[in-house]
Design a protein around this ligand. Structure first.
Ligand code: LLP
Length: 463
């Protein structure tokens, strides 16, 4: 096992400095890899002062560190090259955060992209992701999404019978061949939140094991379907290595069965799922350790079954983009309830980060303008939505906060913007990309006009 040292900064243990963990694998770090405290005692990311960014772009604000995102891409890519004896491709599960700039960065690192809708596919295509590295997922793809995939020439990961039949008809009608993979439910349990387990038998995703034989027969009889491989994904935010180790053996066994049917399958996609560190207690394996386990298990199973190594595809989302981003808010009202708690409200909340209310996810926060002050207070960070459950962090340790301070929530790159909403008609925040002292807007802040863009008032209601 390749050990990745985690070194905690020894000075100022009781201040936000303690979160400047010196980890090489981005998913083991709490802050983006370029995080520093500058001589104004402010948090700096990508060479930019976070307090200045908040002033310039407003809050709430997503701040993405390009170097951290690129480092994660490179570590996945290079670890697969190092540990797998065959061909490999890492594809970014863009549901974690699908937008033009992030797709373009990931593609420029040589990674492919997994998309789950026509909207994600359009974004990836417009960001310049090559079709031969794009894979379309989804358990209920619409006919026009399938048609779009055929027209763009991307690979479709087929989830069920209805889709398989539609795709056979659409490809025949278009006189085209489409590359497909089959998604299987591998029957592997992992310890993560109930809503983000996908690989166990009781899952809406993929073909059930007892359907696979007849699916293989159907594919053999339909040559417009260019069947290239098998896919499985077992869940998200997983810290154990064993489920992924087991997955290699299960999937290679299915490859052997397909070969026995005369199918020449050349690709195996083992999904994503590696967790990231959101709190000091979280202890995920490094990207390289995870990759090595996956590669070793697939190589050992292929050796045991005596089949050639398939092209090995993995599709991480969270562990590529999660740590690269922080969200900056401005501190507003405070409410102290003696001997119970102090609420500290910020100018965002469940609409820009729905994970705490959805999965009870834990996060850490710091005050970007008080980096060296002692963490003397325990407060509950509340969002601005009209809902008691709109709490971003319970019992956060912070210095004494004042109205106007800039509060940063860490590790908000994955499933924050992509799951954001306009609840309470609050506009979505802007996002900036920072690198070497430069900040570039990658998502504009929504305006009040944007919020009304799709409203229509029937004439009889007009006054
Ligand atoms: N591949 C497939 C087919 C997936 O469904 C997913 C995630 C991934 C790859 C990427 O998994 P990752 O490496 O990011 O763990 N909204 C939830 C997470 C849902 C995950 C959905 N599928 C959350 O905020 O925790």
């Amino acid at each position: 096992m390749v050990a990745t040292p985690i070194r905690i900064s020894k000075n100022l243990q009781a201040s936000a400095h303690q979160y400047l963990v010196d980890a090489t694998s981005p998913n083991q770090s709490l802050l983006p890899l370029t995080a520093k405290v500058n001589d104004r005692d402010h948090l700096e990311i990508g060479g930019c002062d976070v307090v200045d960014l908040a002033k310039q772009f407003g809050t709430s604000l997503y701040i993405v560190d390009e170097q951290t995102l690129r480092a994660a891409c490179q570590q996945y890519r290079d670890s697969f090259k190092k540990h797998y004896a065959g061909e490999s491709l890492v594809i970014y599960a863009s549901k974690a955060w699908n937008c033009l700039a992030i797709c373009a960065i990931v593609a420029s690192e040589g990674l492919g992209i997994d998309v789950v809708s026509g909207g994600e596919l359009l974004t990836a295509t417009q960001a310049g992701v090559p079709a031969n590295k794009t894979y379309l997922h989804g358990n209920n793809k619409a006919v026009d999404e399938l048609q779009m995939a055929i027209d763009c020439g991307v690979t479709v990961i087929v989830d069920n019978w209805e889709e398989l039949r539609s795709l056979a008809n659409l490809t025949k009608a278009a006189g085209k061949t489409t590359r497909i993979m089959l998604r299987l439910t591998p029957g592997i349990e992992c310890h993560t939140h109930e809503y983000i387990k996908t690989g166990r038998i009781d899952s809406k995703f993929g073909f059930d094991r007892n359907q696979v034989d007849t699916v293989f027969d159907f594919v053999v009889a339909n040559p417009s379907l260019d069947f290239v491989g098998l896919h499985a994904h077992i869940g998200s935010q997983i810290f154990e290595l064993k489920p992924h180790e087991d997955l290699g053996g299960v999937m290679v066994n299915w490859l052997t069965k397909a070969k026995a049917k005369g199918l020449s399958i050349t690709e195996l996609n083992i999904g994503g799922g590696l967790g990231i560190r959101y709190t000091e207690q979280d202890d995920p394996p490094s990207i390289e350790d995870w990759t090595k386990v996956v590669c070793d298990s697939v190589m050992a199973a292929c050796k045991a079954e005596n089949i050639p190594l398939p092209k090995l595809i993995s599709e991480p989302g969270r562990s590529l983009v999660g740590t690269s981003c922080i969200t900056a808010y401005t501190v507003g009202g405070q409410k102290e309830i003696p001997e119970i708690r102090t609420y500290l409200s910020v100018d965002g909340g469940m609409s820009d980060n729905p994970r705490p209310i959805t999965y009870e996810s834990l996060y850490l926060a710091i005050l970007a303008n008080r980096m060296s002050e002692p963490l003397s207070e325990t407060v509950t960070i509340a969002g601005k939505h009209c809902e008691s459950g709109d709490v971003l962090i319970k019992d956060a340790k912070l210095p004494k906060a004042e109205f106007g301070d800039i509060l940063v929530v860490m590790d908000t790159g994955a499933y924050n913007y992509s799951m954001s909403s306009n609840y309470n008609r609050i506009a979505r925040p802007a996002a900036v990309l920072v690198n070497q002292g430069q900040a570039h807007l990658i998502l504009e802040r929504e305006t009040l006009e944007d919020l009304l863009r799709h409203d229509r008032l029937p004439d009889y209601l007009k006054r």
